[in-house]
Design a protein around this ligand. Sequence first.
Ligand SMILES: [Zn+2]
Ligand SMILES: [Zn+2]
Length: 114
Amino acid sequence: MTRSFRPSRRRRSPGPVDVDAVIREAQEQARVRARDYRARSLELHGWICGRCAREFDEKNLYLLTVHHKDGNHENNPSDGSNWENLCADCHEAEHTRGRLGDYLRGSPGESRRR
Ligand SMILES: [Zn+2]
Ligand SMILES: [Zn+2]
């Protein structure tokens, strides 16, 4: 990944602000941040699922996702305290449980056994 193409910051014309450019830059920064926290979490917690302890390598690393413990994707403390590396299965289970918990309460047992 190269970052060779970077518009140089020239401040010569006091013309109108290029809103599009500002928005594009904000979006780009958000993308970088999003990519960033995953890489950071993988670095901190290792290439391993926090639930089932499944290990990953370069070939299947895309199956390892970052879960936000408090459910807030904007909350990304750099010490990793809000992240948990979960494989796709465990991640789905984590969210399904939280979401269905309320209205499934009292329904007959687990229907999704494996
Ligand atoms: Zn797992
Ligand atoms: Zn999650």
